[in-house]
Design a binder for this molecule. Structure first.
Ligand code: UDX
Ligand code: UDX
Length: 431
C-alpha cells in the first residue's frame, strides 16, 4: 500500500525524489512555483538532463501515481508525508540561505493534516529542523531530516540503489513511518537525531571534496617530480582502505552542492567555535586548481593569452548533466577571458542558441560541435569529461587549429594518439 506524498520543489532533487517514490508505488504530487515548469512536467516533458528520469516521469503520469501542481499549498491537502526540496543557496557570508525553506514551510503549515510528517531533503545547517518546525507553526506535525546523496547524472540510480538511507528525527514513530517509504530499497537504514543526520550530509560532501582536492594536490606534486598521477591513483586505489572512488584529478570540483556545502560547513563550525582549517585548505586547493589550469593554457600558448583563441570542450560541471551551476569549466574560462583570450566552447548538453541567452555564458562564443570550437584556436582545453570527446577525429581537430595543442584537464583523451598526430599535450599530473 503506497502512501500519499507531496514534494515541494521540482528541481534536480525534488523531481528525482517524486518520480522515484511514484515508481516505488506511492501517490506523489509535486509542486513548484514556476508555471511553465509545472505545465511542461504535467505533459511529461522533463526540463533537465538526468538518466532514466524521463521514463520514470512518463511511467508515473501514465499510472496516475505522479502529478504536478502550481504552488505548495495545493499539493499538501491529502499528504501523509511532505518533502521539502527547495533550494538552499549560499548566502552572502557563506552560510546557507534558508529563506525558501522557511517560506515553503510557512505556506504549507495551515494546510497540513494532523500527523503529517514533513521531511527536509534540502541541505540545511545543523539545527534547521527546528527552523522548519517554527515556520510550520504546528505542534501536531513532526519534522524529520532525510538528506539526499544523489549525484546528478545518476540520481535515479542513486535513489533506487542508495548506499544508505539516513533519517534524523526526535520522534521515533515519525522516523519509522518515513523508513516505511523506502521499504524494498536494498540499503542500510540509519535512524539518528536531526543534528547528526544534517551533519552526515555535510561531512560526506566535505570528505568527498577533500579526496578530490587531495588528488589534485598530489597531481601538482606528480608534475613537479615527473610522476604520472593516473598510475599513482591506480596504485593507491588497490589499497582497500583508500579505494579509487572520487580520486580522479581534474580542473577542480564544482556543481550545486560541493562549493556551497563546503563553505557552509566551514561557517557552521566557525559559529560553533571550531576553526575548520583542514576544510578551508581543501577549498583553497580547489580555487588554486582553476588558476593552475588557466596557467597551463597560458604557458602552452607561449605566455600571453591576449589576442589568442582558446577552444574549450565542456561547460557543465561534470559529464552526463546539463547543469552549469558552479562549474569548474566556467571558473577556468573566466580566467582565460580575463587574461585576454577569446574562448570558443562546445558542450554536448548546451544548445548554442539557448546558451547565448544564459548570463553565465556571457563572453563565450558557443560552437555547434567540437570541431567548430577548435576552429582557428591556438590551444584546446578539455574541461568536462564527456565521452563524446574521446571519439572525435583528431586529424580534423589538428587541421582546424592554428597549433595542435591540448590541455586535458580531465586526463580524458588518448595521450599517445595525440602525440602521434603531433599534438603538444599536457594533462593534470601527467605530461
Ligand atoms: C537541491 C536542494 O534543495 C539543495 O538544498 C541541495 O543542496 C541541492 O539540491 P536542486 O534540486 O538542485 O536543490 O535545486 P533546483 O534544481 O534549483 O530546484 C529547486 C526547485 O524548487 C525549482 O524547480 C524551483 O522552481 C522550486 N522552488 C523554489 C519552489 O518550488 N519554491 C520556492 O520557494 C523556491
Ligand atoms: C554531490 C554528491 O556526490 C551527492 O552525494 C549529493 O550530495 C550531491 O552532491 P554532484 O554534485 O551531482 O553530487 O556531483 P559529484 O559526482 O559528486 O561531483 C562533484 C564535482 O566533483 C564535479 O565537479 C566532478 O567533476 C568533481 N569530481 C568528482 C572530480 O573532479 N573527481 C572525482 O573523482 C569525482
Amino acid at each position: 500500500m503506497g502512501s500519499n506524498v507531496a514534494v515541494i520543489g521540482t528541481g534536480y532533487v525534488g523531481l528525482t525524489t517524486g518520480a522515484c517514490l511514484a515508481h516505488l508505488g506511492h501517490r506523489v504530487v509535486c509542486a513548484d512555483v514556476v508555471v511553465d515548469k509545472v505545465e511542461a512536467l504535467s505533459r511529461g516533458e522533463v526540463p533537465i538532463l538526468e538518466a532514466g528520469l524521463d521514463e520514470l516521469v512518463h511511467e508515473g503520469i501514465h499510472s496516475g501515481l505522479l502529478s504536478f501542481v502550481l504552488g505548495a499549498a495545493p499539493a499538501v491537502a491529502d499528504a501523509e508525508f511532505v518533502y521539502l526540496c527547495v533550494p538552499t543557496p549560499q548566502g552572502e557570508d557563506g552560510s546557507a540561505d534558508l529563506s525558501y525553506i522557511q517560506a515553503a514551510a510557512s505556506e504549507i503549515g495551515p494546510h497540513l493534516q494532523p500527523d503529517t510528517v514533513v521531511i527536509n531533503k534540502s541541505t540545511v545547517p545543523v539545527g534547521s529542523t527546528r527552523v522548519v518546525e517554527q515556520a510550520l507553526g504546528r505542534s501536531d506535525v513532526a519534522v524529520v531530516s532525510n538528506p539526499e546523496f544523489l549525484r546528478e547524472g545518476s540520481a535515479v540510480h542513486d535513489f533506487l540503489h542508495p548506499d544508505r538511507v539516513v533519517i534524523g528525527a526526535d520522534d521515533q514513530s515519525a522516523a519509522i513511518r518515513v523508513a516505511g517509504l523506502y521499504l524494498g530499497l536494498p540499503a542500510p537504514l540509519q535512524v539518528t537525531d536531526p543534528a547528526s543526520a544534517e551533519t552526515i550530509k555535510y561531512a560526506s560532501n566535505a570528505f568527498l571534496a577533500t579526496k578530490i582536492s587531495f588528488v589534485n594536490a598530489i597531481a601538482a606534486v606528480c608534475e613537479a617530480v615527473g610522476a604520472d598521477v593516473n598510475d599513482v591513483v591506480l596504485g593507491m586505489g588497490y589499497d582497500k582502505r583508500i579505494g579509487d572512488a572520487f580520486l580522479r584529478p581534474g580542473p577542480g570540483w564544482g556543481g550545486s552542492c560541493f562549493p556551497k556545502d563546503s563553505r557552509a560547513l566551514v561557517r557552521i563550525a566557525e559559529d560553533a567555535g571550531y576553526d575548520f582549517d583542514l576544510l578551508k585548505g581543501v577549498i583553497t586547493v580547489n580555487d588554486d586548481q582553476f588558476e593552475r589550469v588557466a596557467d597551463k593554457v597560458q604557458r602552452m600558448v607561449g605566455g600571453d593569452l591576449s589576442g589568442t583563441t582558446v577552444a574549450v570542450w565542456g561547460l557543465t560541471f561534470k559529464a552526463r548533466t546539463d547543469d552549469l551551476r558552479d562549474s569548474p569549466s566556467l571558473q577556468v574560462i573566466r580566467r582565460l577571458l580575463a587574461r585576454g583570450a577569446t574562448v570558443q566552447a562546445f558542450d554536448p548538453a548546451v544548445d548554442p542558441v539557448e546558451g547565448s541567452h544564459d548570463s553565465r555564458l556571457a563572453g563565450i562564443e558557443l560552437a555547434a560541435d567540437a570541431y567548430g570550437a577548435a576552429q582557428g584556436a591556438a590551444a584546446l582545453v578539455v574541461l568536462t569529461e564527456w565521452d563524446d570527446f574521446r571519439w572525435v577525429d583528431l586529424d580534423k581537430v589538428a587541421e582546424a587549429m592554428t597549433h595542435p595543442r591540448v590541455v586535458d584537464a580531465r586526463n580524458l583523451l588518448d595521450r599517445a594518439a595525440l602525440h602521434r598526430r603531433g599534438f603538444e599535450y599536457e594533462g593534470i599530473g601527467r605530461s
